[in-house]
Structure formats: structure tokens, C-alpha cells
Write a protein that binds this ligand. Structure first.
Ligand SMILES: [Zn+2]
Length: 241
């Protein structure tokens, strides 16, 4: 018995007994949405993510979803793991939807996108996501200067988002605007002010290829230092001096 089979064995038996009671002959006879709500699927999903140490199989970010390369019975019943892969939400979306936001139907097409993204990310690991940081009086600019393919994985707007929600900053800041990844992706700005006094410190504006931080004259917080320290923590980002 494979490790996945063993891990899911009790859940599988229960699942089969239950669907048989409902008059279903196989897993294909129950609606897929119902299948996704079963304890069996949860056990399969958790096992797959755990087997990848919680990391997305493409980009190494946190895996939160499991993608099916195959929907055969052995895969759905947790007897075969080769058709399953743990992904982050972003990579999963890139696989499931094309550029015009239309869902890909063919498993073969999806598999091809998976392979392409995985190989591109392999290259990203080698070359790194290259950025420059420039400081001009009260403005700090960070610009992406690498292969545009890599923006699929780490664009500046998501970097800005991660920078802003960085826990070491959060202790001292509050965010008066509703903050979300989508918002940053729409090229809009976020205002950062001090939690205690409400004094405005900086405005951060991000586009897919740049982050601009405009400090107010009253700001004494070392934003540039914090930004550089934050960038150094990411193994795939290389700051070009
Ligand atoms: Zn990913």
C-alpha cells in the first residue's frame, strides 16, 4: 500500500459505504462539489500538501490547493498520488484559466501549462527576481529589471503587499484603506499612518513592475532600510546595487 493509500484507507472505506448507501455505484456517480466536501478528499488534499512540505510545486510559496492532473477513480479515491499536485492559489489560477480568464477544459492543456510554469520557475530560481532600489529625497523607488515571465510569480504589486503586511511593520503601522492584493494590482495606492497618532507617514503605490514609496516630511521611520531588509529575506529576489 502506498503512503497515501494508507493515510486515507479508513476514510475511503467510510466514503464508499456512504455513497453505496446513497445508491451510487462509484465516485463518478456523485456530484464533484459533494466529493470536494468529503473527509476523504480533505485527507487526500492534506497528505499531498504535507508531502511537498507545504510548498507550491511550482513557485515554492505556501501550497493551499491541490490540482488534479487526472480525475481517474484511483486518484479520486486516494489510491494514487501521481495525478495530484499541491499549488498556491496563484499558480493554480494560472493553470486553470487562460489570459482571457476562460477556464481551460483540457487536462492535457493544463498539464502543459503546469510543465511550462514549473520550468520557468526553475529558471527564476537560478537567475533570481532582479530589482533595483533607488532613493531620491523622500521617494523610494523599487523597479523590476528582469525577465517579464517572472512577473507571473513575483510582481512588484505583490511584493508591495507583502512588504506592507510584514509583521515587523504592522506593529507600528495602521492601514486606513481597505487593503488587499487586488487593490494593489489595480495600481492604486495605500496610505500608511502611525497607529497611535494617526499621522500620515507614507504612501505606497505599486504597479506590476515598480513600487514607489513617498514619505511625508514627518516620517522618521527607516522605510528604505526596512524595504531592503525585507527584500533580503526573499531567496529569489536579488537587489542590483
Ligand atoms: Zn505557486
Amino acid at each position: 500500500m502506498s503512503p497515501l493509500e494508507e493515510h486515507t484507507s479508513a476514510h475511503r472505506e467510510k466514503f464508499i459505504r456512504r455513497i453505496e448507501k446513497q445508491g451510487a455505484k462509484s465516485v463518478f456517480d456523485i456530484p464533484y462539489e459533494n466529493y470536494l466536501r468529503t473527509v476523504l478528499w480533505t485527507a487526500i488534499r492534506d497528505w499531498v500538501v504535507e508531502s511537498q512540505s507545504g510548498k507550491c510545486a511550482i513557485c515554492d510559496h505556501k501550497a493551499t490547493e491541490v490540482h488534479h492532473h487526472d480525475y481517474d477513480e484511483a486518484t479520486l479515491l486516494g489510491q494514487r498520488s501521481s495525478g495530484l499536485v499541491g499549488l498556491c492559489a496563484r499558480c493554480h489560477e494560472l493553470i486553470e484559466f487562460d489570459e482571457s480568464r476562460t477556464k481551460r477544459e483540457s487536462l492535457q492543456d493544463k498539464r502543459a501549462v503546469f510543465e511550462k510554469l514549473a520550468s520557468e520557475f526553475g529558471r527564476l530560481k537560478q537567475e533570481g527576481f532582479r530589482v533595483t532600489v533607488e532613493s531620491l529625497k523622500l521617494t523610494i523607488n523599487l523597479d523590476f529589471v528582469g525577465n517579464e515571465d517572472f512577473l507571473k510569480f513575483i510582481e512588484c504589486s505583490s511584493l508591495a503587499y507583502r512588504f506592507i503586511i510584514n509583521p515587523s511593520l504592522r506593529r507600528e503601522m495602521k492601514f486606513p484603506l481597505p487593503l488587499g492584493r487586488e487593490k494593489l494590482q489595480q495600481n492604486s495606492g495605500v496610505v500608511i499612518s502611525l497607529r497611535e497618532s494617526g499621522k500620515k507617514m507614507a504612501a505606497i503605490k505599486a504597479t506590476p513592475t515598480s513600487i514607489q514609496i513617498k514619505l511625508t516630511k514627518t516620517c522618521v521611520y527607516p522605510f528604505e532600510e526596512s524595504l531592503r531588509a525585507f527584500l533580503e529575506l526573499d531567496p529569489f529576489i536579488k537587489v542590483i546595487q
